[in-house]
Design a protein around this ligand. Structure first.
Ligand code: GTP
Ligand code: MG
Length: 273
């Protein structure tokens, strides 16, 4: 067997993999039942540099207090592992992510991972996603339901699977992108890409945050890669999806596209990547 090739000698070697500062940003609204399990799974990963930042919008079920208790449990002197960002109003998943991801970058994370608190996203894929980013230099790594090897929970009924597929095709067709899971919420970002896309100016309040941010990254010339994941149904608790955020998701691709067409030098196409 020939020796493994290192793509770029300037990039971190596998020995540094685990020490890379990576912050998992996890928005929560009434996830009291799910959060402790999520934290436990993350803290058990063989990634020394991994931290968790919970972004709670004053959940009535006390998720914010539970997050504080988890911080107490897992933080060690000189080694903070769990942080909590408490926000006073529930103003959408997108706003919570923008605030949490900006905080993570400010605090020095080299990579930021977006992850739901409801058990849908597989924690055991995080090391692989980080490895892909480090090995290839890709600035965005999408945990993807829709590349070969990606799978959806059997608990999802056919109409829900079709709706998710359709939403993805809808957004990527309007925007002319080739990311298979552009609506997906399990994504790893380099700090550099997050700075470049300017989180503070992202328009989406809700779920279209996922589409808008990936689109911005592509337009800015960053490479987006996808690795297959299995997507589980939420473990406990209730969905926060509602009509208002669904309507925003329907309108957003058109808004993003028309803005691109109007932008100086905009020509309606992004670089094919
Ligand atoms: N902080 C905050 N978190 C939110 C808000 N809306 C949703 N979330 C969290 O974002 C994640 C995804 O929301 P979900 O309700 O699971 O949305 P979904 O995955 O599309 O729907 P289901 O899995 O079917 O419930 C969960 O961790 C929620 O608790 C919000 O307005 N603020
Ligand atoms: Mg969910």
């Amino acid at each position: 067997m020939s020796a493994p090739r290192i793509p770029d000698p300037g990039r971190p070697l596998p020995g540094e993999w685990g020490r890379t500062t990576t912050t998992v940003v996890m928005p929560t609204y009434n996830e009291a039942e799910n959060l402790p399990t999520m934290a436990e799974a993350l803290m058990a990963l063989p990634l020394e540099g991994l931290r968790l930042l919970v972004v709670d919008d004053s959940s009535p079920d006390g998720t914010g207090d539970i997050a504080e208790q988890l911080a107490e449990k897992y933080n060690e002197p000189g080694r903070p592992r769990v942080g909590v960002l408490h926000r006073t109003t529930k103003d959408g998943l997108g706003r919570a992510y923008a605030a949490g991801m900006a905080r993570a970058v400010e605090e020095g994370a080299a990579y930021v991972l977006q992850m739901d608190a409801d058990g849908s996203h597989p924690a055991d894929k995080i090391a692989e996603m980080l490895g892909v980013a480090l090995a290839t230099g890709a600035d965005v790594v999408v945990g993807s339901r829709y590349v070969p090897g990606g799978t959806l929970s059997d608990a999802w009924k056919t109409h829900r699977k079709l709706l998710s597929r359709w939403a993805n095709a809808y957004a990527s067709t309007i925007l002319g992108t080739r990311v298979r899971d552009i609506t997906g919420g399990f994504n790893l970002w380099s700090a550099e890409a997050l700075r470049a896309i300017d989180l503070a100016s992202v328009d989406s309040a809700g779920y279209s945050f996922q589409v808008e941010t990936k689109y911005r990254a592509l337009r800015a010339g960053f490479t987006v890669m996808e690795v297959p994941i299995h997507f589980e149904d939420r473990t406990a608790g209730e969905s926060k999806m509602n009509l208002a955020v669904q309507l925003e998701s329907v309108a957003m691709p058109w808004r993003l596209r028309s803005r691109t067409l109007r932008a100086p030098g905009g020509h309606g196409h992004h670089r094919a990547r």
